[in-house]
Design a protein around this ligand. Structure first.
Ligand SMILES: NC(=O)c1ccc[n+]([C@@H]2O[C@H](COP(=O)([O-])OP(=O)(O)OC[C@H]3O[C@@H](n4cnc5c(N)ncnc54)[C@H](OP(=O)(O)O)[C@@H]3O)[C@@H](O)[C@H]2O)c1
Length: 232
């Protein structure tokens, strides 16, 4: 745990789906992984499932208090954070349309999908700045691509569009610090959110891991799927 050569990555929503597989792949590449989940029990179980050098962290991305505690813990244990993967998300609201969407559902989705990653990045920024290779990955969705947007799940799509805007702004602001910030669409993946028929979770996670492990001088402020640029 104290090996300073190992890069330290924190993944939100790491207990299941794409987040869990991102943790597994990062651990396989030799990273120290902080597997964050809103349930402490789920974090422990999921981290144990991956193995040593994967540590459970209780973190609800709607809780500023959790974030402060996690930042303190990461500072104390590692003194820096090399990669932050903002993966946790909710509300793929295919059941509603923008014209009559329940805005309380949109607001609730924004707490997790937008304000969560935003505040967490702010809170962990001193630790990312302490890293010689800070990376932030905002897990987004092709559904948020404005280029060909028509009807879309309104809470989900608008919160991911806003997340993409956050990616652009943070990338510009943090470029001078050497912190690379990118949005990644994992593609349609067979998870609880994606449902049956999507591609294997390992394939969706690989594009996220790619962005979390970009070499110095790599792209920043981009939107990628499988390491290939997609239109905003
Ligand atoms: N699956 C797809 O086809 C697809 C396509 C495009 C983009 N994505 C994106 O990929 C990412 C992962 O999706 P997925 O398919 O793996 O979803 P998933 O299977 O539904 O998993 C979502 C994860 O987010 C966590 N989460 C939700 N609210 C949270 C909160 N307040 N605090 C902390 N964790 C929270 C969940 O934890 P709990 O277990 O506690 O609920 C769970 O670990 C999301 O950003 C999603 O928008 C997915």
């Amino acid at each position: 745990m104290s090996d300073s050569r190992r890069t330290v990555a924190l993944v939100t929503g790491g207990n299941r789906g794409i987040g869990h597989e991102v943790c597994r792949q990062l651990a396989g590449l030799g990273h120290t992984v902080l597997l964050a989940a809103r349930s402490a029990e789920a974090a422990e179980k999921a981290a144990a499932d991956i193995g040593p050098d994967t540590y459970p962290v209780q973190l609800d991305v709607t809780s500023a208090q959790d974030m402060e505690r996690v930042a303190d813990e990461v500072k104390r244990r590692f003194g820096r954070l090399d990669a932050l993967v903002n993966n946790a998300a909710i509300t793929y609201d295919t059941w509603q349309r923008a014209a009559d969407a329940d805005l309380s559902v949109v607001r609730e989705a924004a707490e997790t999908n937008l304000y969560g990653p935003w505040r967490l990045t702010q809170t962990l920024l001193p630790l990312l700045r302490a890293s010689p290779r800070g990376r932030v990955v905002n897990v987004s969705s092709g559904v948020a691509s404005l280029a060909d947007m028509g009807t879309a799940p309104p809470a989900y799509a608008t919160t991911k569009v806003a997340l993409n805007a956050l990616t652009r702004m943070l990338a510009a602001e943090l470029r001078a610090d050497g912190i690379l910030v990118n949005s990644v669409c994992p593609g349609w993946v067979a998870t609880d959110m994606g449902g049956a028929g999507g591609r294997p979770v390992a394939e969706g996670a690989a594009g996220v891991v790619w962005a979390a492990t970009l070499p110095g001088g790599g792209p920043t402020g981009g939107f990628f799927r499988d390491g290939v640029r997609v239109e905003w």
